[in-house]
Design a protein around this ligand. Structure first.
Ligand code: SAH
Ligand code: SF4
Ligand code: F3S
Length: 449
């Protein structure tokens, strides 16, 4: 992937596009900060950028294949291309195969190597190969710049990688083994985010609730200990965490939902299937019963908690009865929100070899529709329950209409309203109407003095 550049001093501007999960959004922000430090200017579209970074996702075939059409679209009317970097999970999974398939690609950088991006950009500018998919033992985090200017709601990666090896999933291969960032490093970053204006922090990890580290006194702490420490940061008003594995929901973490006022009443707890046979084939290492028992304990600790989940339909061997069991667990749990996907066979994963029991695509499609119809019904009902109630909103951005702002409720619902209150303010709102994906609110009438 050598490049004859007419810009020997390297790119002056950059654009980062992140796909996939929230961790990629976080990584995209960190890459941007690295390039800012190098004096490159951020631009808001690929057309205007000397360097375009596609921060990719490998989770399903569609997501992974999309990269190649996106690369093709970067070619400009005069036939030239910007410097192109492929980052993220496709970079990790496909490595040197990417520039072989798409010769325009100049840089390939994996999720554990992106602290080396400035060096790779310099190499590419000199026309040298620039590929780094190493997973070094030393963490990239120590080499990233301090957090600066922040939106009201910020992501903070505390745990990365996965040791669970669900049989359908590429994440253990693209993100590597489970690693927890140290206590001090996480609290330093959280303090820096709060100083820079963040009101809400969402702790991120592929298995965020498996996070553990020693605190400053050498005591072993889990995610609940970290949440209690974050609770003491002044200016920080809201704490969230995602994604959790059912087996790592400790009683301490469940209790934190009842104890820490800043911990928002929302839990994303994927179950994937409602059939024990399929859960076993998925290597989920929990049962329907143990999952439902966790949900019950969480609801005891925090009765108003909203539960969200992920589902896969059409996993190899899924029968109609297995699928019905998934509908059953959905009815039992009543998710406030959920993500559901058709199984996608991923190269290198054990489930991809279960070809003899693959579910026909039209059956999977039909099941996905039935599941989504049920999930939507519950989501609308959940949103409708908030109509007529007063709640607190964190104002996150401007709406489309003049004077309109969009904020988030404690239950992660988007609420539109008209207000002069600034972005970043937390205000009371009365919910007046609700649709499947967003709510409308008004400011409460001020009580007569
Ligand atoms: N670590 C998280 C998220 C993993 S990826 C967790 O365990 O929940 C996010 C979601 O993508 C998964 O929860 C799963 O529902 C879905 N997913 C992962 N691999 C998939 C595949 N091969 N086909 C379809 N959906 C998949
Ligand atoms: Fe993938 Fe399972 Fe790990 Fe989640 S827990 S990242 S689904 S292997
Ligand atoms: Fe996708 Fe990688 Fe996240 S595969 S979902 S970007 S961890």
């Amino acid at each position: 992937m050598s490049r004859s550049t007419n810009n020997p001093t390297g790119p002056k501007s950059y654009f980062v596009k992140s796909f996939g999960c929230q961790m990629n959004v976080y990584d995209g922000e960190r890459m941007a900060e690295l390039l800012d430090d190098e004096g490159l200017a951020a631009v808001d579209n690929a057309e205007a950028a000397d360097l375009v970074i596609l921060n990719t996702c490998h989770i399903r075939e569609k997501a992974a294949e999309k990269v190649y059409s996106d690369i093709g679209r970067l070619r400009r009317d005069d036939g030239s291309t910007p410097m192109i970097a492929v980052a993220g999970c496709v970079a990790q999974a496909e490595g040197a195969e990417i520039p072989r398939r798409a010769r325009e690609v100049d840089i390939v950088v994996g999720p554990q190597a992106y602290h080396n991006l400035p060096e790779l950009v310099a190499k590419a500018a000199r026309g040298e190969d620039a590929l780094d998919t190493d997973m070094p033992a030393a963490s990239k985090f120590g080499k990233l710049p301090q957090r600066a200017k922040q939106a009201p709601s910020a992501f903070l990666t505390v745990q990365e990688g996965c040791d669970k090896f669900c049989t359908y999933c590429v994440v253990p291969y693209t993100r590597g083994a489970e690693v927890s960032r140290p206590w001090g490093a996480v609290l330093d970053e959280a303090n820096a985010l709060a100083d820079a204006g963040a009101k809400e922090i969402t702790l991120l990890g592929q298995n965020v609730n498996a996070w553990q580290a020693e605190d400053e006194k050498g005591r072993e702490q889990g995610l609940d200990g970290l949440i209690h420490a974050l609770d003491r940061i002044e200016g920080l008003e809201r704490i969230r965490y995602t994604t959790s594995h059912p087996n790592d929901m400790t009683q301490g973490l469940i209790d934190a939902h009842g104890e820490v006022g800043k911990l928002m009443p929302y839990l994303h707890l994927p179950v994937q299937s409602g059939s024990d046979a399929i859960l076993k084939a998925m290597n989920r290492s929990h049962s329907v019963e143990s999952y439902l028992a966790v949900i019950e304990r969480v609801r005891e600790a925090r009765p108003d908690i909203a539960i969200s989940g992920d589902f896969i339909v059409g996993f190899p061997g899924e029968s109609e009865a297995d699928f019905e069991a998934t509908l059953e667990i959905v009815r039992a749990t009543r998710y406030a929100q959920a993500f559901s996907f058709k199984y996608s066979a991923r190269p290198g994963t054990p489930a991809a070899d279960m070809e003899d029991v693959f579910v026909a695509p039209e059956i999977a499609d039909e099941r996905l529709q039935r599941l989504q119809a049920l999930l939507n019904e519950h989501q609308i009902a959940f949103n409708q329950e908030t109509v007529g109630k007063r709640t607190r909103l964190l104002l996150e951005r401007d709406g489309r209409k003049p004077g309109q702002r969009i904020g988030k409720s404690p239950w992660l619902q988007s609420v539109h309203l008209e207000t002069d209150a600034p972005i970043g303010a937390i205000i009371d709102v009365d919910i007046v109407s609700a649709g499947p994906n967003s709510l409308a609110g008004t400011l409460p009438e001020r009580a007569a003095a």
